[in-house]
Design a protein around this ligand. Structure first.
Ligand SMILES: *[C@@H]1O[C@H](CO)[C@@H](O)[C@H](O)[C@H]1NC(C)=O
Ligand SMILES: *[C@@H]1O[C@H](CO)[C@@H](O)[C@H](O)[C@H]1NC(C)=O
Length: 504
């Protein structure tokens, strides 16, 4: 006959259901088994024996907290006459340490608390030996002890804290992030690992999908400018979320990111500045700033001078750090002709969001008034430089040309002329202090110097600090080279047009 390993102890009702039999007690199984084995022939017995192995699994609850040991089941063979002549021996996973067998009765006990999540199946072998002969009365047979799950693990989120962002003004139901909890219990058995997600902080702004853990926006028109940060707490509960299930939570820090839903707006309608008329090109006259509640590129502003006239004189450069508009001189200003500039400026966002640009204008305008202050300016020559041609045989004391400079200020101060002597060390030239006529003081020698280049200075008579220089290039002509048309050309260019006191 065979070793029969029978389920003798009903651990609990659902365990019996698991092994596809109706509840039977120990005696019933034995009786039923004996009847069959005795009345059938050898083959049938073998077949029956195979069917018998349906029970070659023992089931045991993990985390058993009852008495010291937990009864697992009983090994049994027909050779056992109950006279103590047989000895049952157990080997394999945990034999002797986790599972002990009563070698006389075949009763197996678990002597340690078991954790399914650590090890869920133990494979053991059993044999029965005749104590007198030492012979094995049954061939060694393998069976397993399966540890049944209880809900001893709570769902654990993959992260303690999640961080996520979602654009402000997103449509309701926009996905933000998916959170995931894992339950170490047996997912194939019962609901111990069946997780349901719920939101316990963060409503009504956000919701969570109970099955997937996907967090979504739940309110329309959530504005970053209103509130930027949200702390959402999500709970994962096993047992399908039912009462008595174990749960874990996680925190999700959600930040709304900016979209361009706010236009730039000037806080004042008029800006007033003052500038010296002498301000150089590129000089900053003042700053204006339109406010924009958005951030980053959504708050970037471009300023424009709108009036055509003012456009020539001023431009507005954006300070990339502050988004201020710096009003800058583009062309030289003049108090005498244009003492005050009044013009309209525009502030516009560099990047517009088409979702909002139809709702409101992303531009604003303001008026800028710039008052100029008169500056006592140095005299100005009527030409940027002068070229004179002179025959090499011209007599000393002859006038070889004229220069002219005027005070640009309304006071029209008188001007006196001089030669920078560093540029005329040999004192070849003189200049008439009052009218700018250039006079030859020494004979010329073309062979040694074909050009004489000098600097002439015009100074305001009343204010010697205000002076300006000009270059005069004097070409000495060989008498033989003298061509009438040249002389005429330069006469026209310099002498006739450049009358003193006659601005160019
Ligand atoms: C300047 O004055 C001198 C001397 O009085 C005269 O010879 C010359 O022609 C004057 N020049 C002009 C441009 O009037
Ligand atoms: C004077 O200027 C002329 C024209 O620019 C130039 O050709 C010449 O070399 C200069 N001469 C001196 C001595 O600087």
């Amino acid at each position: 006959m065979k070793v029969h390993i029978s389920l003798l102890f009903v651990v609990c009702t659902y365990l019996i259901l698991m092994i596809h039999t109706t509840p039977l007690d120990r005696t019933q199984i034995h009786d039923d088994w004996r009847k069959h084995s005795l009345s059938e022939d050898g083959i049938k017995v073998l077949h029956r024996a195979k069917r018998g192995w349906m029970w070659n699994q023992f089931f045991l609850l993990e985390e058993y907290t009852g008495s010291d040991t937990q009864y697992v089941g009983k090994l049994y063979t027909d050779h056992d006459k109950g006279d103590g002549n047989l000895k049952y021996i157990l080997s394999g996973d945990g034999a002797g340490s986790v599972f002990v067998i009563d070698e006389n009765t075949g009763d197996i006990q678990a002597v340690k608390r078991l954790d399914r999540e650590e090890k869920s199946i133990y494979t053991l072998r059993a044999k029965a030996i005749d104590r007198k002969t030492g012979r094995q009365v049954e061939p060694e047979s393998e069976f397993i002890i399966k540890i049944h799950d209880i809900n001893d693990n709570e769902p654990k989120f993959t992260q303690d804290i999640y961080t996520a962002t979602v654009p402000e003004m997103s449509e309701v139901g926009s996905s933000v992030i998916q959170v995931t909890a894992i339950d170490a219990d047996d997912p194939s058995y019962g609901n111990s690992a069946k997780i349901v997600y719920s939101i316990i902080q963060g409503q009504p702004y956000f919701s969570v999908d109970a099955d997937t853990g996907i967090i979504k926006t739940a309110l329309p028109d959530m504005s970053r400018e209103n509130r930027e940060h949200y702390q959402v707490v999500i709970q994962a509960k096993d047992m399908g979320g039912q009462m008595g299930g174990l749960s874990g939570t996680t925190t999700v820090n959600i930040t709304l990111t900016d979209v361009n839903d706010n236009p730039p707006r000037f806080p004042q309608s008029i800006y007033q500045f003052m500038s010296l008329e002498s301000a150089a090109v590129g000089t900053a006259i003042g700053r204006i700033k339109a406010n924009d509640d958005d951030v980053g590129k959504n708050a970037e502003i471009k300023y424009t001078v709108i009036d055509r006239d003012a456009k020539d004189y001023f431009e507005i450069i954006t300070d990339k750090k502050t988004q201020d508009g710096i009003i800058t001189v583009k062309k030289l200003l003049d108090f005498e002709s244009h003492g005050m500039h009044t013009f309209e400026v525009e502030a516009a966002n560099t990047f517009e969001d088409p979702r909002f640009s139809h709702l409101r204008s992303f531009k604003d305008t303001a008026i800028v008034k710039i008052t100029l202050h008169d500056v006592d300016e140095a005299p100005i020559f009527n030409r940027p430089f002068y070229v004179f041609e002179v025959n090499e045989d011209v007599k000393e004391g002859s006038i070889i040309g004229h220069v002219s400079a005027q005070d640009p200020d309304s006071t029209k101060s008188s001007v006196k002329y001089s030669i920078d002597r560093n540029t005329d060390l040999e004192r070849i030239f003189n200049i008439h202090t009052g009218n700018g006529s250039l006079i030859l003081a020494k004979p010329l020698d073309r062979e040694s110097t074909p050009w004489q280049n000098i600097t002439i200075v015009a100074t305001e008579t009343k204010n010697p600090r205000l002076s300006r220089n000009v270059q005069a290039y004097i070409k000495i002509l060989d008498i033989n080279d003298h061509a009438p048309e040249f002389a005429q050309h330069y006469d026209t260019f310099v002498c006739e047009n450049a009358k003193p006191g006659q601005p160019h």
